[in-house]
Structure formats: C-alpha cells, structure tokens
Design a protein around this ligand. Structure first.
Ligand SMILES: [Zn+2]
Ligand SMILES: [Zn+2]
Length: 157
C-alpha cells in the first residue's frame, strides 16, 4: 500500500525557498538537515538527526538541529510525533497518516487508515475533534523473527 500512497514531502530546494520566504536564514547546516529529512521515513529524534548530521558536518550544534526542527514544525513542514517511549520524533511526511510502533526496538512507521470517519467512537460527545492519530503497538517484522537480525536500533532513545 505504501508504494501507491502519495507522500507530501518538500524537496530540500523547496524548503530553502519556504524558509527564505519567511525571512529565516538558510545556512549550510540547515540545508544539510533539509536533505537528511527529505524522504526520511525513520521518524528520527532530534538527537538521532544530530548524530548523523555531525558526522557529515562536524561542528553543527544540537541547538541548530532543534531550532531548525522547530521552525519546520511551525511552518507545517514537519509533523511532531510523541512516541510511546516518551521521545519526540520528527516526521517529514505531513500527509494524513498514522503510526505503528514496535514495543521492542521502538521502530515507528507510517500507516494509513481508510474511512477514519466511519470509526465508531463512544464518549466523544461535546468534544470538538481537530485531528485523530492512531498508534498501533506491537512487534515489527524484524522483532518477530526468532533469529538475530542485523537491524540496528540507533533510532531508539
Ligand atoms: Zn522491532
Ligand atoms: Zn509518520
């Protein structure tokens, strides 16, 4: 299903334009972060992104990473996802979607729910719903397999 799903992700060049249009400075550090986020489906934490970014551009600060992520989130170019483990993760996929999170390795991936309007929900009377986010919990394919895998768990925090 994911192959046919349209994912709204702005290319780094478009993010650069969107940043400039808002009078925000686009530094090489920010451009690096834009490209690291582009089509990134791992839902990284700021720290995970910082770790990758510092390898490619030593000297980049965690503060810059946070600032850039917060600016992108404020612009609606990034979704902030509170994961079950309590960490804040960032998602460049701003299409309407939901998540499945593995209890063991913390892997979080996008899932799509059709006909959300037809869900039968009780006890919601009087509440004005602006959005609904569903998180499926369980074990990912790799963690279900009994043999050891090479899958890394670097995203975990
Ligand atoms: Zn897993
Ligand atoms: Zn997502």
């Amino acid at each position: 299903m994911s192959a046919s799903t349209v994912i709204l992700v702005l290319a780094p060049a478009e993010l650069t334009r969107a940043f400039r249009a808002r009078g925000l400075k686009v530094t090489p550090q920010r451009q690096l972060l834009f490209s690291l986020l582009h089509c990134n489906e791992t839902h990284p934490t700021a720290e995970a992104l910082f770790a990758v970014a510092s390898k490619l551009m030593p000297g980049i600060s965690l503060r810059t990473v946070y600032q850039t992520l917060n600016d992108l989130a404020a612009m609606g170019e990034l979704q902030v996802v509170q994961s079950a483990g309590g960490s804040t993760r960032f998602d460049p996929n701003v299409a309407d979607h939901h998540h499945a999170q593995c209890d063991r390795c913390g892997e979080l991936h996008d899932v799509y729910v059709d006909d959300l309007d037809r869900l039968e929900v009780s006890n919601l009377a009087g509440f004005r719903t602006d959005r609904a986010r569903i998180v499926f919990g369980g074990l990912c394919a790799a963690c279900q397999s009994p043999k050891p895998t090479k899958k890394t768990t670097k995203q975990r925090s």
